[in-house]
Design a protein around this ligand. Structure first.
Ligand SMILES: *[C@@H]1O[C@H](CO)[C@@H](O)[C@H](O)[C@H]1NC(C)=O
Ligand SMILES: *[C@@H]1O[C@H](CO)[C@@H](O)[C@H](O)[C@H]1NC(C)=O
Ligand SMILES: *[C@@H]1O[C@H](CO)[C@@H](O)[C@H](O)[C@H]1NC(C)=O
Ligand SMILES: *[C@@H]1O[C@H](CO)[C@@H](O)[C@H](O)[C@H]1NC(C)=O
Ligand SMILES: *[C@@H]1O[C@H](CO)[C@@H](O)[C@H](O)[C@H]1NC(C)=O
Length: 507
C-alpha cells in the first residue's frame, strides 16, 4: 500500500487517503473531537457520507470524521490493526493534531461493529487518544464478548432498527436486557428507532444482495431514519464528553422509553421461555443467577392437568433430555395427605437453531421448540381426586396444540398496537393445527421437530401451520417409567412474539 500512502486527494472538502475518507470539521470553533467509522460488509465507505455530514452539522463543535475502507469493503480481523493505524495517520495528514486527551469515538455498522469491538477489546489500553465511546449501528456486543468488557471501557451505544432484517429486533432486545438503560450513560444502553430497517443506517447507494434478501420494508423514510440516528449519536457524544444539554438528556430518555415499550414484550417472552442466553440453566452452570426452569412449561403443566393453580405446584427443570439416566416427570399422590397440593416435577429442553452459535443477528433467537416432558391429564386427575379416569377422554384432545394456541394468544395480547396491525394486515399468520397422533417412542418424540409449514389459506394468503409432535400414555401403561405422561413440543411464547414482530413480515 506504500505507493498510495502519500496520495491525498482533495475531493470537495474530503481527503481520501489510502481509501479512508476524511471529512474535516464543518465548524471552526468549539470542542475538537474525532469519530472513526467502520463500514458494514460490502458497503463502500462513501455511502456513509450523507450520514457523516449530517452528524457533523448537528455536533456543536469541531468533529473530524474518518470513514475507513477495508479491501473489498469487507471488515476483517486480520486487517483491522493496519486499517485503524492508517485511519489515525489519515486524520493527522489532514490536519487533525490530536493527542492523548482528545476525545474520540468509534462508530460501526453491521459486520464493522463486530470487527471493531474485537479490535477495541484488544487495544483499549494503547489508543493514541481519549477513547470516549462506541456506537454500534445494526450491530451489537456479541455473547462471547459480553463478559470481556473491562470497567475502563466507555458506555456503549447500541442502535437498532425495529424492522432490521439482519440485526433483528430480538437480538436488540437481548442486548437491551443486558444493559442498564440509564440516560446518564454511565453504562451502556440499547436504543431502537421505530420503523427503521438495516439499510437505513446507510441510507444511500445500492442495496447489497444480503440486504435485498433479508431486510424488512421500512415504515419511515431514509431521511427520517438519518435524522433520528444522527440526533441520538450527537446527544450520546455530548453526554459522553460531559457537556449534555437538557435537550440531549430528554432525547435519550425519549428513546429509552420508546425502546422499552417496543422490546418489552420480546424480553418478557424470552423470560417466560427461560432463554438460555439470559441466564444459563442451573443444570449446566452453578452460577447464582442460573435459571432453574421455564415459567412457560410450568404454565403448560397446569393447563395439561386442568386443576386450579392453587391446587398444584409445578417444578420445572431445564435440562438436556437425552441422557443416562433418563429423567421422567413425577407426581405426588393426594391419597396420603388431607389438604392436598399436588406436586409435579417436569423437565424441559429449549432447542435453539443450529445457526444460533453464529450470533450474527440474522436468525431467530427464541427457542425453535421447547421439548416438555409433562404428566398426563389422566395421571394428574387420578392423583388429585384419587379415583380412575378414562385416558381416552382426558388425554385424547389436542392439549399440546391448545397450549401452543395459548402462546400465540399471549403474543397477540402483548404485541404493541402497531406491530399487531402490521402482522394482521400483511404478516404470515400462525395457525395452530390439531395434534398429530402420539409418537411411538421417547426418542422418536425427541427427534421429531415442532413443525412450521407454510401454505395458503382459502383467501390465497400465506399462513404458517404449527403442529406439535407429542407422546402420551395411559397411567396403566406397561412400562412404568413411561406411564401417565403427555409430552409436548411447545411453541415458546418468545418464538410466537418474535414471529409476530419479525418473521411474519420478513422476505
Ligand atoms: C451471572 O453471574 C455470573 C457470575 O456470578 C456473572 O459473570 C454474569 O454476568 C451474571 N449474568 C447476568 C446476566 O447477570
Ligand atoms: C397413590 O396412592 C395409592 C394408595 O397408596 C396407590 O394405590 C396409588 O397407586 C398411588 N398413585 C400414584 C400415582 O402413585
Ligand atoms: C407438596 O409439597 C409440599 C411442600 O413442598 C407439601 O407440603 C405437600 O404435602 C406436598 N403434596 C403432596 C401431595 O405430597
Ligand atoms: C382407548 O382407546 C384405545 C385405542 O382406540 C382402545 O384400544 C382402548 O380400549 C380404549 N380404552 C378405553 C378404556 O376405552
Ligand atoms: C394467489 O396469490 C399469488 C401471489 O401471492 C398470485 O400469483 C396467484 O395468482 C393468486 N392465486 C389466486 C387463485 O388468486
Amino acid at each position: 500500500m506504500n505507493f498510495l500512502a502519500c496520495l491525498a486527494v482533495l475531493i470537495n472538502t474530503f481527503f481520501i487517503i489510502e481509501g479512508n475518507i476524511v471529512i474535516p470539521p464543518s465548524k471552526t470553533s468549539g470542542t475538537e473531537i474525532g469519530l472513526i467509522f467502520v463500514q458494514g460488509a460490502e458497503i463502500p465507505a462513501q455511502n456513509y457520507q450523507k450520514f457523516a455530514i449530517q452528524l457533523q452539522s448537528k455536533f456543536n463543535g469541531k468533529l473530524w470524521i474518518v470513514l475507513t475502507e477495508f479491501p473489498l469493503n469487507t471488515p476483517e480481523p486480520l486487517l483491522v490493526n493496519s486499517v485503524m493505524s492508517s485511519a489515525y495517520d489519515a486524520l493527522r495528514k489532514s490536519g487533525f493534531q490530536f493527542d492523548q486527551k482528545t476525545p474520540f469515538f468509534f462508530g460501526a455498522h453491521s459486520l464493522g461493529g463486530i470487527i471493531i469491538q474485537d479490535y477495541l477489546l484488544k487495544n483499549v489500553a494503547q489508543l493514541p487518544f481519549q477513547f470516549s465511546g462506541l456506537v454500534l449501528e445494526g450491530s451489537f456486543i456479541t455473547r462471547s464478548n459480553l463478559n470481556k468488557i473491562p470497567p475502563s471501557f466507555p458506555a456503549i451505544l447500541t442502535l437498532g432498527g425495529e424492522l432490521d432484517g439482519l440485526a433483528r429486533l430480538t437480538r436488540m432486545a437481548e442486548s437491551f436486557y443486558h444493559n442498564n438503560q440509564d440516560s446518564s450513560l454511565k453504562e451502556s444502553i440499547t436504543l431502537v428507532v421505530d420503523g427503521m430497517n438495516h439499510f437505513q443506517f446507510i441510507g444511500d447507494g445500492e442495496r447489497t444482495p444480503t440486504i435485498v434478501k433479508n431486510d424488512i420494508q421500512p415504515e419511515i423514510s431514509d431521511e427520517q431514519a438519518r435524522d433520528s440516528i444522527t440526533s441520538i449519536i450527537n446527544s450520546y457524544m455530548n453526554i459522553r464528553i460531559d457537556r449534555p444539554s437538557q435537550k440531549d438528556i430528554t432525547l435519550v430518555n425519549q428513546f429509552i422509553k420508546s425502546t422499552s415499550q417496543l422490546v418489552g414484550p420480546l424480553v418478557d417472552g424470552l423470560d417466560l421461555e427461560g432463554f438460555y442466553h439470559f441466564n444459563t440453566p442451573c443444570s449446566q452452570s452453578k452460577q447464582p443467577n442460573c435459571t432453574q426452569g421455564s415459567q412457560w412449561s410450568q404454565f403448560a403443566q397446569e393447563y395439561m392437568v386442568g386443576l386450579a393453580s392453587a391446587d398444584i405446584n409445578v417444578f420445572n427443570t431445564l435440562r438436556t433430555l437425552v441422557s443416562i439416566p433418563e429423567y421422567f416427570p413425577t407426581i405426588s399422590n393426594c391419597s396420603k395427605v388431607s389438604t392436598c397440593i399436588l406436586n409435579i416435577s417436569t423437565y424441559t429442553q429449549n432447542i435453539y437453531s443450529a445457526l444460533d452459535g453464529l450470533d450474527n443477528g440474522l436468525f431467530p433467537i427464541a427457542a425453535s421448540e421447547a421439548r416438555s416432558k409433562l404428566v398426563s391429564r389422566q395421571a394428574g386427575m387420578e392423583a388429585y381426586f384419587h379415583k380412575k379416569f378414562d385416558f381416552n377422554k382426558t388425554d385424547s384432545e389436542s392439549i399440546c396444540s391448545q397450549i401452543n394456541q395459548e402462546a400465540v394468544n399471549w403474543a397477540l395480547k402483548v404485541a404493541p398496537v402497531n406491530t399487531l396491525k402490521r402482522y394482521l394486515d400483511k404478516g404470515k399468520q400462525l395457525v395452530i393445527a390439531d395434534d398429530p397422533g402420539s409418537e411411538k417412542t421417547g426418542l422418536q418424540w425427541v427427534y421429531t421437530p415442532l413443525k412450521f409449514e407454510e401454505t395458503k389459506n382459502s383467501n390465497n394468503r400465506t399462513i404458517v401451520i404449527v403442529s406439535s409432535p407429542n407422546l402420551r400414555t395411559p397411567s396403566d401403561y406397561a412400562i412404568k417409567s413411561f406411564a401417565g405422561v403427555h409430552y409436548c413440543k411447545l411453541l415458546s411464547p418468545a418464538r410466537a412474539v418474535e414471529w409476530i414482530y419479525i418473521d411474519s413480515v420478513k422476505p
